[in-house]
Design a protein around this ligand. Structure first.
Ligand SMILES: [Zn+2]
Length: 383
């Protein structure tokens, strides 16, 4: 469920995607608006009207979150930071940043842009609500508008919590970074505070739960868990980047990987290669020439009884920017590519020649060794 993303549309060159988890949240929001919030504040309307208001309210919230994320992305682009797109997921949006911001000032402006947009939006919606009140607009319209101006303030306030990597935590990190000139230190401090905030929220969740507010309890616990994981994760991500940056793929690749000839049947591939070497991916050769690769994922798609009737050539994937990388590429690039394509093994290719294979497992082994031996120095190194 989580991690399944659907692209909705493109705007200003950014892809807007939703994580499927957002659909659950949107339904919950529409439901709680229709069944609790609107009936409490705007009495005497029909159930169908409440539902209509609930659905439009949830859609409005969705648009407001997109506007919030777009302001981050547009500012990021002004600072020359490549942004992959915007993904709406369980707790709002995430503007996907491919790199760390270039300076403390850039990070500050980028981080504050989202909440600032939400506050401005809230002000505008409040103005329209007041106008509507004076003009005697129908109650359902006023109801949805009121909800939206309030929720934008809530959105701004929640995101301004100093819990890295929420916006407030980024603001905090940029201040620490600007003050100390040390990105790693600033990230470590911001991430610890973020993680602490996560704990507090989880604790509050448990407290609510015990006191009988089951839904509220679960809700706060989940938000806390999310904040905590995200803050720990983003610090580790920074460390990983620092350890691997500047090292070419060549340094970590295995130079003589096991390859398979393209004409053998799948049955033989499984018996003589997969069960023998236990790899999930094998480069496929036609003579000396690299033609692609075959993975256990593709083998699984063919029923066992048909393994003798198909050859490796029929099932294998051609070489693409998803499964190959240059030996001179930076290892952080390889890691990003593995993450993006969910391939834990990449073929290292020079021209049309296979130079080796780089695997996530080897990278992680190197990382843990390096952090084990000199972790403190790395995390305290000044930039
Ligand atoms: Zn934000």
């Amino acid at each position: 469920m989580f991690g399944q993303r659907i692209t909705l549309f493109r705007l200003f060159g950014f892809e807007v995607k939703i994580d499927l988890s957002w659909l659950i949240i949107a339904t919950l929001i529409a439901w709680s608006l229709a069944s609790a919030v609107f009936p409490t504040y705007f009495e005497g309307l029909s159930a169908a009207t409440y539902w209509g208001m609930g659905v439009i309210g949830a859609l409005g919230l969705f648009l407001c979150v997109i506007i919030h994320e777009f302001s981050h992305s547009l500012v990021a682009r002004r600072f020359g930071l490549p942004m992959r797109g915007i993904t709406l997921f369980i707790f709002g949006g995430v503007a996907e940043m491919a790199e760390e911001p270039p300076s403390a000032k850039a990070e500050f402006v980028m981080a504050i842009a989202g909440p600032a947009a939400s506050v401005v939006l809230s002000g505008v919606l409040y103005g329209i609500t007041v106008l509507g009140g004076v003009g005697g607009w129908p109650a359902p319209v006023i109801g949805v508008l009121s909800y939206l101006w309030v929720i934008n303030l809530v959105l701004a306030a929640f995101n301004l919590l100093p819990a890295f990597p929420l916006d407030g935590g980024r603001v905090l990190r940029s201040l620490l970074w600007g003050y100390s000139k040390r990105l790693t230190w600033a990230t470590r401090v911001a991430s610890r505070i973020g993680s602490g905030f996560g704990f507090v929220l989880m604790f509050l969740g448990v407290l609510f739960f015990i006191r009988g507010d089951l839904v509220g309890g679960i809700w706060w616990f989940l938000i806390g868990l999310f904040v905590r994981n995200a803050s720990v994760g983003s610090y580790q991500q920074l460390l990983t980047r620092q350890v691997l940056a500047g090292h070419p793929v060549r340094q970590f690749m295995e130079e003589n990987p096991i390859t398979v000839p393209y004409q053998i049947p799948i049955e033989q591939l499984v018996e003589d290669y997969v069960y023998k070497y236990h790899f999930k991916m094998f480069p496929v050769l036609e003579g000396e020439h690299l033609v692609g690769c075959i993975t256990t994922r593709q083998i699984k798609e063919v029923p066992r009884s048909e393994w003798s009737q198909h050859t490796v050539r029929e099932l294998s994937d051609g070489c693409s920017t998803d499964n190959t990388i240059s030996p001179d590429a930076d290892t952080t690039e390889a890691l990003a590519q593995m993450h993006r394509t969910r391939n834990s093994r990449l073929m290292v290719v020079e021209g049309d020649r296979l130079a080796g294979i780089i695997t996530l497992k080897d990278l992680l082994r190197f990382l843990s060794l390096k952090l084990d031996l000199e972790g403190r120095q790395i995390s305290e190194r000044d930039e």
